[in-house]
Write a protein that binds this ligand. Structure first.
Ligand code: ZN
Ligand code: ZN
Length: 458
């Protein structure tokens, strides 16, 4: 009898009612709070674009330290690491035959430069990456490969995952077949004439060639030109700078736990961005949402039991931040309660995926009970990924949460000059903060053990 009630107590904290009341109060406070908006407004206005290896990335580091301190975070840390950086130079492209006219492009992170003065060649156009991959080795010698496959708009962002190899792998596939350059239709759901950049995979032992994204109307223009049946010729000029060991930094701040400060919940967003926009939705929003959620919890009369650490990862787009963070914190990993990242824009959260076996835990039922006013729910399927900056910790065994955002419009602006502050709806952003704040509070002020729940569920 005694043993039974003791184990019940272990499962259901004595203050379950308090957890629900405080989580709901945090949710409502977050919905009326402007901290997240103020943070992303500050970052985009005072720093702007901040690619890895740029002077702006160093300014963003200093901004992050100052912001954490101003918002009352403790234990503010700058953790340096080195990673590869690709910085854009001059870029231009034009059709020279049969009907001369300019094209709108953006080079991909990892692209080679053109020879001085540019290169000119005939186009080989394919409607899909699979069509390109069906070409035998050497079949495209001397050609500029153009692939015009379209991206599908989806709420959960899966359309981006499906088309991703067009950008990340396409240049390598073209080079393997002898192409001198690679152009692809932007990974975009919009129809503006702004191209969308992004990184490609490392070349490995394949010869690097110039590789760039075309705006979606430019990709369609090339389809119309190719349909005329005459050879289409393009002139391309691209320069860039590569730093093999660019300095980069992960910056973090904490809301220290009141009873078990060594038990840590690690969340955040990435501070670096691509260069054409101001990095508002990718990922100023994620930095702002997680910072604001933790800050609201820090303002409670008493800090929750466990520590909440917000990390602004310093090189997501070009890679290296998540790996550096996981390596630097590997000894701490057994004490890491949960990890999570906000990196899908500023659209509202609609579904929350929890670690395997957690949805039935009383604390997570409490969390589910505060979600309906936010029009969000706890998913049946478990969390898997969390975000590229936390994924190395997930691979090493850290439990992860996936706060899934409505990404319906995200890929209209993502990695383009249109990634700017005006694309953020303050109300939707506040809804994100409300979901994160109530969730983080419940996890931080309980003793929920996601590893044990996951082991039991097996
Ligand atoms: Zn991102
Ligand atoms: Zn991105």
């Amino acid at each position: 009898m005694l043993a039974a009630s003791a184990s019940l107590l272990a499962v259901a904290p004595a203050h379950a009612g308090d957890l629900a009341t405080t989580a709901a109060a945090l949710r409502d406070k977050a919905l009326a709070d402007s901290t997240a908006w103020d943070v992303v407004e500050s970052l985009t206005t005072e720093i702007g674009p901040r690619p890895t290896g740029s002077p702006a990335a160093a300014r963003a580091r200093d901004w992050a330290v100052a912001k954490f301190k101003a918002l009352g975070f403790e234990n503010v840390k700058v953790e340096p690491f080195e990673t590869r950086s690709w910085l854009r130079g001059q870029e231009s492209a034009e059709v020279v035959a049969p009907y001369p006219q300019p094209l709108h492009i953006l080079g991909l992170g990892g692209s080679a430069q053109t020879p001085k003065g540019g290169l000119e060649a005939e186009v080989a156009l394919f409607k899909s990456l699979a069509e390109l991959q069906a070409q035998p080795p050497g079949a495209l010698t001397g050609k500029i490969v153009v692939v015009t496959e379209k991206m599908t708009r989806t709420m959960d962002g899966s359309g981006y995952g499906a088309i991703n190899p067009l950008r990340t792998l396409g240049p390598i596939e073209a080079s393997k077949r002898g192409a001198v350059a690679y152009l692809h239709r932007s990974l975009s759901t919009d129809d503006t004439r702004l191209p969308h950049t992004g990184a490609m995979r490392p070349w490995g032992d394949v010869k690097p060639i110039p590789a760039a994204a075309l705006s979606t109307p430019d990709a369609e223009l090339l389809e119309h030109l190719a349909a005329r049946g005459q050879p289409v010729r393009i002139k391309l000029s691209m320069t860039s700078t590569v730093l093999e060991k660019a300095p980069a930094w992960n910056v973090s701040g904490e809301i220290r736990g009141s009873e078990a400060p060594d038990e840590v919940i690690i969340i955040g967003g990435h501070l670096d961005s691509w260069d054409p926009g101001t990095g508002a939705i990718d990922d100023g929003a994620g930095v702002a949402i997680t910072t604001a959620a933790a800050k609201l919890i820090g303002e409670l009369p008493k800090h929750p039991r466990r520590t909440i650490r917000v990390v602004m990862w310093g090189s997501e787009e070009q890679g290296g931040a998540g790996e550096a963070y996981a390596a630097a914190h590997k000894d701490e990993l057994p004490k890491v309660v949960l990890v999570g990242e906000s990196d899908e824009g500023a659209g509202r959260i609609w579904k929350v995926a929890l670690p395997k076996g957690a949805a039935g835990a009383p604390q997570m039922k409490t969390f589910a009970s505060v979600l309906p006013p936010l029009k969000a729910f706890v998913a049946d399927d478990p969390s898997r990924f969390g975000g590229s900056d936390v994924f190395p910790m997930v691979m090493a065994g850290a439990p992860v949460v996936d706060m899934q955002q409505d990404a319906s419009r995200y890929f209209d602006w993502h990695h383009s000059a249109d990634d700017t502050l005006d694309k953020i709806d303050p109300g939707e952003m506040a809804q994100n903060v409300a979901a994160w704040a109530s969730f983080l509070y419940i996890v931080a002020d309980s003793d929920i053990d996601f590893r044990a729940l996951s082991a039991e569920a097996k």
